[in-house]
Design a protein around this ligand. Structure first.
Ligand code: MUC
Ligand code: MG
Length: 382
């Protein structure tokens, strides 16, 4: 008898442009909106899945842009997967690799939709598909990046009073190192022990800048520095990791398991910021986690400032990881002026909860999607 297995029938990818609640000032760009790529996948048995593949600041963060993610999916990945078995996610990933080099975020968006569809078909969560939930919720950091120290202090104090966040990541690297260290020092002095302060340089420093920077940052009580130098400067990351007390975290340097192995074997980080999109999907993010665990590198759940879709995927996957020593930054939906789910994710008591239900455990709000879709050309974007 021929098995009646569900086949992949349709994959739609589109951009939603959602304004941010304030300007988000990073070393390479200032964001005023997030352009997220949403994927909707339909299977022959009527089941469907949602995915997200999002980057930051157009092409300023990495070699993929929102537009390139959509075009990679439409032109290469979706045609390669049409008619393939929807349950065969490992096979789908292998096929995508055969048809397209790189383009991790695009592949990740499609893989995420396949996991969501599989979970919904089986009536289990994506966390269950990855071995089951160990934790129900996790600590969630907030990024202070208004571009102004006083505004950042007010914002941090509000977050602490609301019991929403007490871990703060400051975006630096745009100004002189001295000025950045002073900015971080002011914020740490204002918040004291009520907050954990970390910084993300997004690759902006030279090794010489970074030596001064790390020394200054640890002296003002900053606990961790993320990607201080360019991703390809692994030796510099290794030198910084061994030379200072402050923890050094790899972010842009981690494009999947191969990079994780090279960073681990060269002792080029104390902490891995593990991101689903940057790793090339949930399976590969899980591989990065395993390599980190095997090497004794601490873990942190990172974000590409995704909407609640990508954030839910991260919550599902990381809920199966026993120890995230540095917590997470799964706050993406809170940076956006609007949420695209029917029921938003839950943030309380400094933590974010893993959504319950089958697949990713979320439902898109169709009216919101229609409103923010770039290809529907709303007057908002005119
Ligand atoms: C990054 O580089 O880590 C994550 C949080 C945030 O504010 O920006 C990002 C991207
Ligand atoms: Mg980063």
């Amino acid at each position: 008898a021929v098995r009646n297995v569900p086949k992949i029938e349709q994959i739609d990818a589109f951009i939603v442009d959602i304004p941010t609640i304030r300007g988000h000032v990073l070393s390479m760009t200032t964001m005023r909106a997030q352009s997220a790529v949403i994927v909707r996948l339909r299977c022959s048995d009527g089941s469907d899945g949602i995915g997200e593949g999002t980057t930051i600041g157009g092409l300023s963060y990495c070699p993929e842009s929102p537009e390139s993610i959509v075009s990679a999916i439409d032109t290469y990945l979706a045609p390669a997967l049409m008619g393939q078995e929807a349950n065969g996610i490992a096979h789908a990933l292998a096929l995508m690799d055969r048809h397209a080099r790189g383009n991790r975020i695009a592949k990740s968006a499609v893989e995420m939709a396949l996991w969501d569809a599989l979970g919904k078909r089986l009536g289990v969560s994506v966390a269950q598909l990855f071995g089951g939930q160990i934790v129900q919720d996790m600590p969630v950091a907030w990024t202070l990046a208004s571009g102004n120290s006083d505004t950042d202090i007010v914002e941090a104090e509000q977050m602490i009073a609301l019991r929403r966040h007490n871990i703060f990541k400051l975006k630096i690297g745009k100004r002189a190192v001295r000025e950045d260290v002073a900015h971080v020092g002011r914020i740490k002095a204002a918040l004291g022990d009520s907050a954990s302060i970390r910084v993300d340089v997004n690759q902006a420093w030279s090794l010489a800048d970074a030596r001064w920077g790390l020394k200054g940052l640890q002296d003002v009580g900053c606990e961790l520095v993320e990607q201080p130098v360019q991703a390809r400067f692994v030796n510099a990351m290794a030198e910084l990791t061994r030379s200072y007390e402050i923890a050094v975290m790899a972010d842009e340097a981690l494009g999947g398991p191969e990079d994780a192995l090279s960073m681990a074997s060269r002792k080029a980080a104390d902490v891995f910021a593990v991101k689903i999109a940057q790793s090339g999907g949930l399976m590969r993010a899980r591989d990065v986690v395993s390599i980190g665990q095997a090497a004794g590198i601490a873990l942190y759940g990172g974000t590409m400032l995704e909407t609640a879709v990508g954030t839910a995927a991260a919550l599902q996957l990381f809920s199966t990881v026993e120890h995230l020593a540095w917590g997470t930054e799964f706050f993406g939906p809170l940076l956006l002026k609007d949420d695209i789910l029917t029921t938003p994710l839950t943030y309380r008591d400094f933590r974010v909860a893993v959504p319950q239900g089958a697949g990713l455990g979320i439902t898109l709000d169709p009216a919101k999607i229609d409103f923010y879709r770039r290809d529907k050309a709303r007057s908002l974007h005119a």
